[in-house]
Design a protein around this ligand. Sequence first.
Ligand code: AVJ
Length: 341
Amino acid sequence: MAQPALIPTCWDSSDSDSDIRADQRQPRAEASSGHCSQPGAELVAGLSAREAYISPKYFYDALGSKLFEAICDLPEYYPTRTEAAIYATHQDAMAAAVGTGCTLIDLGAGNCAKAASLFGALQPRQYVPVDISTDFLHQSVQGLQRRFPEIPMQPLAMDFSSTLTLPPEVDAQRRLFFYPGSSLGNFDPQQALAFLRRVRSALPSGEGGILIGLDLVKDTHVLEAAYDDALGVTAAFNLNVLKHVNELIGADFNARDWRHVAFYNARFQRIEMHLEARRDLIVRWPGARRTFHQGERIHTEYSHKFSEQDILGLLEQAGFGGCRMWFDTRRWFAVCYAQAR
Ligand code: AVJ
């Protein structure tokens, strides 16, 4: 039986995180070495920009990953259950298109539930869940390995938005990159294309493909409710990024000073999430400070929505072909399989 073996990265740090007190916070970037200084530099660049931003990948500390799971249970947040219904209905057709025995590489695996729902139909020869949230991934895979002892599992704790270089433990044969949840929508269209091209390059000898889930353009009210729910769970998810940033760079954000803002920008076909200052305030972190005026915003996430044509065009341009698409009955969400060509 395969043992889940985590490949440690600089993100593997939540133990040491929890004992850092507010009054003695160290910038994490300085506490660690080498490539581990990257989160700090990236965050400081974003906070210092004229229009401040924080990359959405920083949502997913341990609490953020749990809050995202809670979002998936909200009545307003249709994508997760809509996509799950597509897998449930069409898994046999998907397996017929993909073939069994692939190396299943799950990008942003989280709780691994979507991939697990396809194990029966796809019968992967190896399962490689990849996620930035180390402890959460570790826990998910432990439970999963008990349920599927026959499937070798090789979890990878890494930020795949910056590199897709996979270690030799990952089978190079018949790779299927699984990228569900419309996470591609976090990238702007140019970045999305660049990312898909990197996925394509990680398919050696042109065999294998991608199985990707994407949220479709629909009524604005449906979209906006999904990102601004009645219980305020998405607001908590958005605000939680400030707590994570405090831990990562030793900043002194107070979540009470900020308000969750989410709206659909039709021109760019995207939901935008921001954090808006409730009053004039100053945020400090080691070596710098910044004034935010009341109403000023920090951009935290784009969630692009796609048309069928957008999806086919992107995949085609990235070097994939032979696309097959499956939809739910309302055509709110699409799952697409495309082969390397
Ligand atoms: C995980 C990126 C697909 O954009 O819908 C949920 C994250 N943000 N609610 C999305 C999210 C706010 C989600 N993705």
